[in-house]
Design a protein around this ligand. Structure first.
Ligand code: SF4
Ligand code: SF4
Ligand code: SF4
Length: 200
């Protein structure tokens, strides 16, 4: 197994900083695994799979990614190597499969990628430890997605959110799941959503 990648840690920290501008900008606009999951989610819907689950359950499962984050952090400290690499689709997409893949890694890759056919961004929603770190940081982002409920016609078009977190009550799309993809701004015909400053 490879040791801790100093370069990876530095780049990871820089992308974390990006999350201070808007929640999880890396997830919504940079990460290749997120993009791949998005494409698989579209494919799933095209072949008739119902990918919707309730917003409440969806948000509750976020705790899984926190548990993965805690587990990986502890194991990394104990073992002195980057513990998540074996099963991390993010790592494999950057490494270009130059490191030999073990059978367990293959099983995990197939599990996470095929999961995205049934639930868009399956890995991103509930398992990615880096995503959960970004999600926790998003509470401190300078901008966020604001919601004008007065304009809401309850059409539910925004339930097309790739992270399954809409529709929701409150003045901000708050919480760790939003990836600032801005799809809700496009989908709402009443212009209920806007990028807004979190603190005034
Ligand atoms: S949650 Fe993880 S895999 Fe998904 S887009 Fe964010 S960093 Fe990438
Ligand atoms: S798409 Fe706009 S109008 Fe429709 S439910 Fe969502 S916020 Fe309300
Ligand atoms: S659709 Fe809106 S609420 Fe959902 S992830 Fe994208 S920006 Fe966030």
């Amino acid at each position: 197994m490879p040791p801790i990648f100093i370069g990876g840690v530095v780049v990871g920290a820089l992308f974390l900083m990006l999350g201070l501008i808007m929640p999880r900008l890396f997830c919504g606009w940079v990460c290749p695994v997120g993009f791949m999951s998005r494409l698989l989610g579209i494919l799933g819907r095209k072949i008739g799979i119902n990918t919707k689950i309730s917003v409440k359950l969806n948000d509750r499962y976020f705790i899984l990614s926190i548990l993965v984050l805690i587990y990986i952090s502890i194991m990394t400290i104990i073992s002195g190597r980057t513990y998540c690499i074996g099963g991390c689709p993010l790592f494999w997409s950057y490494a270009g499969f130059e490191v030999p893949i073990g059978s367990m890694t293959l099983v995990l890759l197939v599990f996470f990628l095929s999961g995205s056919l049934f639930i868009e961004r399956f890995f991103c929603r509930w398992f990615c430890p880096y995503g959960s770190l970004l999600g926790l940081l998003s509470r401190f982002s300078f901008f966020a997605i604001g919601v004008n409920r007065m304009e809401c016609g309850s059409c539910r078009a925004c339930s097309d959110c790739p992270m399954g977190t809409l529709p929701k009550k409150g003045p901000l799309v708050d919480g760790p799941m939003c990836i600032s993809c801005l799809r809700c701004l496009d989908s709402c015909k009443n212009n209920s959503f806007a990028v807004t400053r979190r603190y005034r």
